[in-house]
Design a protein around this ligand. Sequence first.
Ligand code: ADP
Ligand code: MG
Length: 418
Amino acid sequence: MNFQDLQLNSKMLRAVERVGYTAPTPIQVRAIPEILAGRDIVGCAHTSSGKTAAFALPIVQMLKPAVGKRRIRVLVLAPTRELAAQIDEEFGKFSRESALRHTAIFGGVGQGPQVTALQRGVDIVVATPGRLQDLMNQGYIRLDRLEYFILDEADRMLDMGFINDVKRIIKRLPKARQNMLFSATMPQAIQELSHSLLTDPVEVEANPQSSTVETIAQFVYFVEGGDKRALLKHILRDPASQRVLVFTRTKHRANNLAKQLSRARIPAEAIHGNKSQTARTRALARFKSGHTPVLVATDIAARGLDIDSVTHVINFDLPNIAESYVHRIGRTARAGAKGIAYSFCAVDERKYLREIEALIQQPIAVVSEHPFASATPAPTRQNGAGKPRQNGASKPARQNRQRRRARRPRRSRQAQPA
Ligand code: ADP
Ligand code: MG
C-alpha cells in the first residue's frame, strides 16, 4: 500500500516525501481515508505506530486557508507537555505548504508567548488539559469555530488523572465537529468516553497493545536489587550502548541513579514530572543530540516521547503494570529500526515478569552468564527460553559472587541466599 492510495492530495504527498516516509503504517492506511471521508474515528494502536500522521495528514489536507480572522479549527489534546510539543512540530512539518498556523499550549512555562501566539490567530492548537482550561477561563481561547477535535493517548489521560478535565473541555466544544480518539489500550473508562464523544465512529485497530514490536530483542537479567547499579554500569560500559533509556519505578530512584552514573563518569540525566519544563526540554535535547548518552526516566515522563534511534531500553525496575513494559520498550525500534530491551528482575519483581510474559505471550530470554547473577534460583521457564539452574545459582555465578565479595569486603553477607 502506498500513500498515493489513501486519497491524499499532491500537496500532502509532497509533505510525506519531505519527511521521508516511504510507506504508510497500518493505522495510517486504515484511518486516513476514513478521516478524509468525514468519519469519527477511534484508533487503537500501539506506541510508535504512526498515529500522529494518521490524523495530522488528513486534517491539514481538509483545512481550507483561513478567510478573515483566524479561528481555532483544530484542537488536539495530549497528556504531556512533550507530547503536545511533538504533535505541534509534526503539524508544522505537514503544513509547510499550507497557510496554516499552529501552536502548542502547555503548562510549566510562562503563558505570555502562548497568549501572544493565540492573539495573532491560529488554526491548530495542540494542548495539555490544564493550561488549556486556564487560558480558556482567562478568555484567550475561543473554540466556537472548532471543526476537528482529537483526543490523543486517551488511556494515558486516564492514568494521569486528566479524564475529568477532558470531559469538562469536551462540554465546551461546539456540537458539530469531527472527532478522533487515539489510545494504545482501551480500558473500560475510555470505551465509555469514546461512546459519549464519538458519533457512529469507525473503529480502526492495528497491532493490539499486547503485541510487542517484533524488531526488539528482549532479555531479562535476574539480579539482586543491590547489584542492579553495578550491572547497569557494566552494560553501559559496552560501546554498543550508545543511546540508552533507563526506566526506574520512582522519580527519586531516577534522580539518584542519574547522579550515581554521572559520578561514575557515565553522563546521565533524569527526566520526570517534578522537573521544570525547561529542565526536561534541555535533558531531552541533550539526549536526542547524543550529548548525554543515558536518560533515566519514569513511565509518565517517557510516555509518548518520540526519541529516534534509542539503542537500548533498560528496565532498571520492572513496571508493576505489564502494559507499561510494552510502552517502555516501544521507545526503541521506532519506525522499523532494530532495538534491544534489557530488564533487571530482582526476586521481588518476578511476579511482574510473569505478568509481562503473559501479556506479550512469549517468554523473555534470560541472560544467565553475567557478573551479577542473582543467587536466588531463576524460575523454571515453560519452554526453555532461559536455562533453569539446578540448586541455586550456576557455578560461574557463584564464583563471580565470591570474587565480588573479595573485591568489596565491606559488603555484608546478607546478600547470600537464605
Ligand atoms: P504513535 O503516536 O503511534 O506512538 P508517532 O506518530 O509518534 O507514533 O510515530 C512514531 C515515529 O514513526 C515517528 O518518528 C514518526 O515520524 C515515524 N513515522 C510515522 N509514520 C511513518 C511512516 N509511514 N513511515 C516511517 N516513519 C513513520
Ligand atoms: Mg502518539
